[in-house]
Design a protein around this ligand. Structure first.
Ligand SMILES: [Zn+2]
Length: 210
């Protein structure tokens, strides 16, 4: 099955964004976008803990405001937290000033809630205008991905998703999952199998370099 990952060549067009980790070690970077959401994020934490894995959670500021204790739990478990804007804005559809204010609002709630200044940012949908990216990149690493899990596609069978994810995983893979309401049914079927695949193939996880 061929699932489109990204428009071909985008990673060459934007070399300053992080697309992939080092290929020298048998490690992958797990990333979870859109949380924290009760009933999903806490479940993910349990699955990671069972296998001793770490991950990066790109949080939506408004969800951090609603669920501060869950956000704290993520950090306390040793995971990384990144900025995913306050309102999950699409950069392409948003004026740059508004977009940057939203990024700053997410920074503020992360700092208030977690006491951290994150240097990691992932644009929602991967859509960000060059001007916005340049401004954000002044004090953050923009993190893209090399592998989309397709957990957001409810019409795919979980086995198909697992097949795509496992067959495309290599050393340095940065994979995207989503810890949110719309994806939780797929995620709960796919993630344990994917994580078990990593264990079975001798992969460990690594946090992102900022
Ligand atoms: Zn998102």
């Amino acid at each position: 099955m061929s699932l489109v990952q990204l428009p071909y060549g985008l990673n060459l067009l934007y070399p300053n964004r992080l697309w992939k980790g080092s290929e020298l070690e048998r490690k992958v970077s797990l990333t979870f976008d859109d949380g924290p959401v009760p009933g999903v994020t806490d479940w993910v934490l349990g699955e990671l803990a069972k296998r001793g894995f770490s991950a990066t959670f790109f949080m939506v500021g408004d969800n951090v405001r609603k669920h501060p204790f869950l956000a704290q739990e993520v950090l306390a478990a040793g995971h990384q937290v990144g900025n995913h804007t306050y309102h999950h804005l699409s950069g392409w559809k948003t004026k740059t000033a508004t977009y940057l204010e939203d990024v700053a609002a997410c920074d503020a709630v992360l700092e208030d809630t977690l006491g951290i200044k994150t240097s990691l940012f992932r644009p929602p949908y991967g859509w960000i205008k060059p001007l916005q990216a340049r401004a954000v990149a002044k004090n953050k690493k923009i993190v893209m991905w090399s592998l989309l899990s397709y957990d957001f596609n409810s019409s795919l069978a979980p086995t198909e998703i697992v097949q795509v994810c496992t067959s495309r995983t290599t050393s340095g893979t940065i994979i995207v999952f989503h810890d949110q309401e719309k994806t939780k049914e797929q995620l709960k079927k796919v993630l344990p199998r994917y994580l078990d695949f990593l264990v079975g193939e001798g992969f460990t996880t690594q946090l992102l370099l900022s």
